[in-house]
Design a protein around this ligand. Structure first.
Ligand code: ADP
Ligand code: MG
Length: 327
């Protein structure tokens, strides 16, 4: 990259890439050529589909200015991994396009630490990217693979399927409200809630375990009602949600009334849990698989032929469902 022919700071662009990115990335055997050339060369496998996804975080739009560099890096990778998880994919490689106002070594060190903490966990290699100067924003592209016919899609859900979600819902929404100073959260619940907001856990093991079991899946980035809505639209079915079954964390229950907690669980974004639908005859295999893998999921409703979303047993009010950039 060159911005008007000027390097982005006294810290030379190429030494920046080497120091903070190239040196720290996990190495994989299926990378024939990683960072350093005009493009990466990656070994793909026969009978597998390459799964590609990308997400951008822009300062002031997706995160507040004060966000710690390590959390920012972690979240940027996590939300991409969550998309791979929702497809049932195995994570492999990623690229990073980073736009920085300046090259601050301390910030870059922290960023690199947060990024590779998560990359190590899933053995993903950073294979390339771009570094430019401008208002802070970052774009990650994550690449993975899935055996043909095993990819989980938004289409394919059937009336009668049971709707499941992983983890607990609404925590990240509560975290956002806490960070924005809009809500008081008991001191003891704060670490958990902030962790859920800044460091979502991409459900990759679950996504891969759902092959041959789930008819459809999506990750919850915009909120349950909005995201389940995508499955319904793609699959041409409707849903009944059981409000009293929505999984709520102890921290949520301690902070909000049941109505308020359920409202967040239904509509708040950024939990990055998986929502998937399973035909009733496969629920037995699902529960066995979850148990042996130590994963927790909750049945929260059922799909029906009748279109739309019906929420049974909910007496609160829903505000917006899902954030849209160009409304
Ligand atoms: P080009 O001009 O050919 O696109 P660049 O000068 O932008 O190459 O980048 C040099 C090398 O460093 C390339 O291999 C590129 O993929 C890699 N790279 C640049 N920025 C990053 C980054 N933020 N993270 C990882 N790799 C990067
Ligand atoms: Mg480039």
């Amino acid at each position: 990259m060159r911005a008007n022919g000027k390097p982005i700071h006294h810290l030379n662009e190429f030494s920046l890439i080497k120091t903070y990115f190239e040196k720290n990335t996990p190495q994989r055997d299926d990378v024939a050529l990683g960072i350093g050339d005009d493009a990466a060369l990656l070994r793909c496998m026969p009978d597998q589909l390459l799964v590609a996804t990308t997400d951008t975080l822009v300062e002031g739009v997706h995160f507040p200015k004060e966000t710690a560099a390590q959390d920012l890096a972690y979240k940027a990778l996590a939300i991409n991994l969550s998309d791979l998880a929702a497809m049932g994919a195995e994570p492999l490689w990623f690229t990073l396009a980073l736009t920085l106002p300046q090259a601050d070594p301390e910030w870059l060190q922290a960023f690199s630490q947060g990024l590779f903490q998560l990359a190590q966990q899933f053995h993903m290699q950073l294979v390339g990217g771009d570094t430019t100067r401008g208002p802070l924003s970052l774009t990650i592209q994550a690449l993975g693979r899935v055996p043909e016919k095993q990819a989980l899609r938004r289409q394919g859900a059937q009336a009668g399927d049971i709707i499941y979600v992983s983890g607990t819902l609404g925590d990240a929404g509560l975290g956002l409200a806490l960070v924005q100073g809009k809500i008081a959260v008991p001191e003891a619940a704060q670490p958990f809630i902030l962790e859920r907001f800044y460091r979502p856990s991409p459900r990759l093991a679950l996504g891969q375990a759902l092959a041959g079991i789930a008819n459809a899946a999506i990750d919850l980035s915009d909120g349950l009602v909005a995201d389940l809505g995508h499955i319904l639209e793609c699959s041409q079915v409707g849903a009944q949600i059981w409000a009293d079954k929505l999984p709520l964390s102890t921290a949520m229950r301690e902070t909000l009334s049941l109505k308020e907690a359920q409202a967040l669980a239904l509509s708040a974004g950024e939990d990055y849990e998986l929502c998937f639908t399973v035909p009733q005859e496969k629920e037995g295999i699902l529960l066995e698989k979850l148990k042996s893998a130590g994963l927790t999921c909750t049945a929260i409703g059922i799909l029906q032929a009748h279109k739309g979303i019906e929420i049974k047993g909910f007496f609160g009010t829903l505000q917006q469902t899902g954030y849209q950039h160009f409304r």
